[in-house]
Ligand binder design. Structure first.
Ligand SMILES: Nc1ncnc2c1ncn2[C@@H]1O[C@H](COP(=O)(O)OP(=O)(O)OP(=O)(O)O)[C@@H](O)[C@H]1O
Ligand SMILES: [Mg+2]
Length: 204
């Protein structure tokens, strides 16, 4: 606990989480997408959100680019700033998850240690999803033209080129966007989501 937060107590909420789950028809948590730039995090997160939303789920996406325009607009891409970015996102995702949302986060989040910290913050609400494609594949896709710029030395600390990516060792789910098309990846994600967030024990 920091000096600033020492005199702050917790407010007890009037609506228990289990009641929210029963009303929503699904439990809540965080699907934490991690992977190289261009691996497909945003594409899959937005498609999965749309599908679940259409089935009445309380679901939202926190996306790297958008968060960096607002909540983390003061941060860059050094290891320290990335760590703080992921810490903030982890805390926000947890707040949403505690109010019954299924939160899908789409951040490169390259450092194992930073992702582990979110797991420590969120406990079993945290589901690590490895959105996996090789550097060669991502570079070939280059949907935002960032790899070209990074190779030209125009973007410092670019993951995969001039900064490391530490792949998850034991993710809850491994989605290979290199071996499967978008539709098959979504089927895999939907099946996992259904099993993890609607099984009977949770909603009893
Ligand atoms: N199976 C797949 N799943 C997801 N995207 C795929 C797949 N196959 C090809 N793609 C393509 O790969 C690209 C992925 O881009 P996307 O913006 O989703 O990546 P990202 O991981 O969010 O990158 P960044 O970290 O830079 O935001 C898109 O152009 C998408 O059409
Ligand atoms: Mg993205």
């Amino acid at each position: 606990m920091s000096e600033q937060s020492r005199n702050i107590t917790y407010t007890q909420h009037q609506v228990p989480l289990a009641e929210r789950w029963r009303q929503n028809g699904h439990s809540s948590g965080i699907l934490w997408f991690t992977g190289l730039s261009g691996s497909g995090k945003t594409t899959l997160a937005l498609n999965l959100e749309r599908r679940l939303f259409e089935r009445g789920w309380h679901v939202c996406v926190l996306d790297g680019d958008n968060v960096r325009h607002g909540l983390s607009s003061d941060l860059g891409f050094s290891q320290r700033d990335r760590e703080e970015n992921i810490r903030r996102v982890g805390e926000v995702a947890k707040l949403f998850a505690q109010t019954g949302f299924l939160v899908i986060t789409a951040f490169i989040s390259p450092y194992q240690h930073d992702r582990q910290r979110v797991r420590d913050i969120a406990g079993d609400m945290f589901h690590e999803v490895f959105i996996d494609a090789s550097l060669e594949t991502c570079e070939r896709r280059d949907p935002k033209g960032l790899y070209v710029k990074a190779r030209q030395g125009l973007i410092p600390d670019f993951t995969g080129i001039s900064a490391p990516y530490e792949a998850p060792l034991q993710p809850e789910l491994h989605v290979s966007t290199q071996e499967m098309g978008v539709a098959d990846c979504l089927t895999q994600l939907e099946a996992y989501t259904q099993t993890a967030f609607t099984h009977e024990g949770i909603l009893a």
